[in-house]
Write a protein that binds this ligand. Sequence first.
Ligand code: CA
Length: 419
Amino acid sequence: MIEANNPTLSSWLEVPTGHDFQIQNLPFGIFSTSELSPRPGIALGNHVIHLSALFSSGYLSNLPYDESDFSSDTLNPIINKGKSPSRELRARISALFRSDASELRDSVSDHSGCIIDMSTVTMHMPVQVGDYTDCYSSEDHARNVGKMFRDPENALLPNWKHMPVAYHGRASSIVVSGTPIRRPHGQLKPSETEPPIYGPSRLLDFELEMAFVTHPGKPLGTPISTSEADDYIFGLVLFNDWSARDIQKWEYIPLGPFLGKNFASSISPWIVTLDALQPYRVPGPVQNPKVLPYLEYEGDSHYDMNLEVEITTPAGDSKIVCRSNFKHMYWNMRQQLAHHTVNGCNIRGGDMIASGTISGPEEGSFGSMLEISWKGTKPVPMPDGTERRFINDGDTVKMRGSNGTIGFGEVSGKLLPAL
Ligand code: CA
């Protein structure tokens, strides 16, 4: 067991029971305050640990980092040092803040600058995302979409159970939680017989996903195997892959998603390390047909993390429209990364690889309005008496992830009307 994951640990800093950011979590993010420019921090309960201040006070010496790593406005310098240093850094923070550790606790003068009240911080994009890839790895989601748009009897395309299907997306429009999202314009085709028109998307959707952030990979031309994959995964965030279904439907043949997807994706601000998730590994589904050898993997490689999506209307009424779980994935992250690099494609520090919509097997666990309203045929009643088939202007979509012990906080985004 990684010592920082020890379930018996508690902190001398107050952490409310059930809080996502227990001492066993210690997620990384980029924060600012009215006095401090954006810089790396680690969350512990309702506090942000100010790494630059800890470093200046000498609490992070003997780690392979220098001052510039902790004053950067992205986590890329920390992530680029690789797995082992970031693991040491998390271990050091855990050791400084556990209840029996007096070194920092008893130095009141150091406290003031090193521990910041979370209510006073603004969160920023935690990484500069170099390349972004979106997978399509939930069987329930792929089946639902196949049933709606193709053949209910043969919902999965022939390749789907042989590889984690994915496409390369757009990194520039990935934004941090809280950033408003503008309803996009594009080409729409209202019916089979009418010509395309230009206008605002009428079928604006969310996709409930998780995404992992990578450490620098191997040189171009060198694959990463499933057994090596964990060494290249820094951590995960919640990921809302905003999708304009009408734009997507008309444009995607034959090359796949483009403007229906690349106008925005939102992420939660705190990156939960893969290490912190280790105690929550669970077995995945039996993969039949048997996968090719490069996609075989050993050990539990799926993660138990409850996920939910809430829509809040402009008037402030909220409804949970989806409860799912990350463990529902058919393809796991080890397989996704092995497949991504099997042709020698290189990954870099700060790349982001998203799971694809995470739907569970039952109604109520579907991860997009497309599935929840079944292409708009089953409107969702809202508490204020209105209905939702897709997302309305002024709605806020919030996703949360927690397994009752540790969690991700939330990713939230409000949809603004088209310009
Ligand atoms: Ca997606």
